[in-house]
Design a protein around this ligand. Sequence first.
Ligand SMILES: [Zn+2]
Ligand SMILES: [Zn+2]
Length: 54
Amino acid sequence: MTKICPKCKNPFTCSGDSDCWCEDVQIHKKEMLVIMEMYTDCLCPDCLGEYSEK
Ligand SMILES: [Zn+2]
Ligand SMILES: [Zn+2]
């Protein structure tokens, strides 16, 4: 499923289930809640990477 990243407006794919790449990105639950509130949807790999734990 192709989505448009609400942050950078680039198209990316997200299946929205547990098989999705975004499930593998290590993000703090707190950060995830912030993302959900701000963007209501998944972000692209680049933007999500900015929130991931390093
Ligand atoms: Zn993005
Ligand atoms: Zn996803």
